[in-house]
Design a protein around this ligand. Structure first.
Ligand code: HEC
Ligand code: HEC
Ligand code: HEC
Ligand code: HEC
Length: 232
């Protein structure tokens, strides 16, 4: 009798052991594979190079986005809104809440990532500098067109699109400064990009690998020196 109980106990223990083991390995089998990811190194970064990749998580989305022909911008209307190339564009729409404020969040809800805005019937251009939250320091609303005079300042700069490549098919040189224009995809990709400069290959995210700045015409802006003394 004792021997029989012993055998039953042994097998019960073995069975419980089997269930526990099996349950454990089954649970382990359901876990996802895990590769420890190394933390981003905190070594020195080149600011202008880092910002080139800022919007690269949207690159494939841009690539697969159908072109909305009816709402495309052109370089003409792009320049129309600027005193000279590189000047901060004026705000072409009425301001919403936060009109008295500096902008920041009120503006970024549309200008951080863009998208179609029903009431303006246009795509919001993506800002290349979402970190400069004091938007209205540089961008002013167009409340009047009569207060301003036509200027000839920098009017000589004309669009160079299409004439920046050394050979047909070679990557065109960048005809503009990189400072404040590090974030290439914000202006060159997506539905708000002027159609002439909308890039066919937003997925090649390392833009500066192939495109280099054409610095031949850049003028060195020297330190401002007052020629006449104001004191007399
Ligand atoms: C409801 C969404 C929305 C909000 C909020 C908004 N904008 Fe806009 N913004 C647009 C759209 C859409 C356009 C494009 C208009 C067009 O092309 O006719 C635009 C155009 C602009 C432009 C012209 C860009 C260019 O390339 O010519 C500037 C500058 C601008 N907005 C600045 C601002 C500022 C500053 C604020 C905050 C005070 C702001 N916007 C708030 C949707 C918005
Ligand atoms: C220090 C001045 C300054 C501040 C602050 C600033 N901007 Fe700009 N912004 C500029 C200049 C200059 C340009 C023109 C850039 C160029 O053409 O190289 C520009 C261009 C733009 C454009 C058009 C991009 C394009 O397609 O050319 C948008 C949209 C814009 N800014 C939105 C904003 C918003 C929204 C804010 C606030 C979050 C803001 N800006 C803050 C100076 C500024
Ligand atoms: C503030 C908006 C803006 C940003 C940011 C910007 N660009 Fe541009 N880019 C333009 C405009 C506007 C033109 C057209 C210039 C002209 O009319 O001569 C242009 C022209 C170009 C061209 C010439 C295209 C052709 O067909 O000849 C290249 C190449 C280019 N950009 C590359 C870049 C690269 C690379 C970056 C990022 C380092 C960048 N751009 C960032 C606005 C921008
Ligand atoms: C592997 C090299 C390479 C990379 C990386 C690259 N480009 Fe280009 N890009 C080219 C070549 C080559 C052309 C000329 C294409 C042609 O003439 O058909 C070109 C043309 C362009 C043009 C003229 C319009 C067009 O699409 O043909 C613009 C604007 C431009 N590139 C911007 C960019 C931007 C912005 C990036 C980063 C997102 C980028 N490129 C990354 C090689 C490259």
């Amino acid at each position: 009798m004792k021997k029989r109980l012993g055998i039953i106990l042994l097998f019960t223990l073995l069975f419980i052991g089997f269930i526990v083991n099996w349950g454990y390995s089954y649970k382990k089998g359901l876990e996802e594979a895990y590769i420890p990811i190394k933390k981003e190194s905190s070594g020195p970064v080149i600011y202008s190079e880092k910002k080139v990749f800022e919007r690269s998580q949207f690159a494939l989305e841009y690539l697969n986005m159908p072109v909305d022909e009816a709402h495309q911008r052109s370089l003409n209307s792009y320049y129309d809104n600027r005193a000279y190339p590189g000047a901060p564009p004026s705000i072409p729409h009425f301001l919403l809440e936060g009109e008295r404020g500096m902008g920041g969040k009120a503006c970024l809800q549309c200008h951080q990532n863009g998208g179609f805005v029903e009431k303006f019937n246009a795509y919001a251009p993506v800002t290349p500098h979402p970190e400069m939250i004091n938007c209205k320091q540089c961008h002013v609303a167009q409340n009047s067109s009569s207060n301003f005079r036509e200027t000839t300042f920098y009017k000589s700069i004309t669009a160079s699109v299409g004439s920046n490549s050394a050979l047909p098919g070679s990557p065109p040189m960048i005809p503009h400064q990189i400072q404040m224009r590090e974030n290439c995809l914000s202006c060159h990709a997506g539905p708000a990009a002027p159609k002439e400069i909308r890039v066919t290959h937003p997925e090649r995210v390392n833009c500066l690998q192939c495109h280099v700045a054409d610095t031949r015409d850049f003028v060195e802006i020297q330190t401002f020196v007052r020629t006449k003394s104001l004191k007399k």
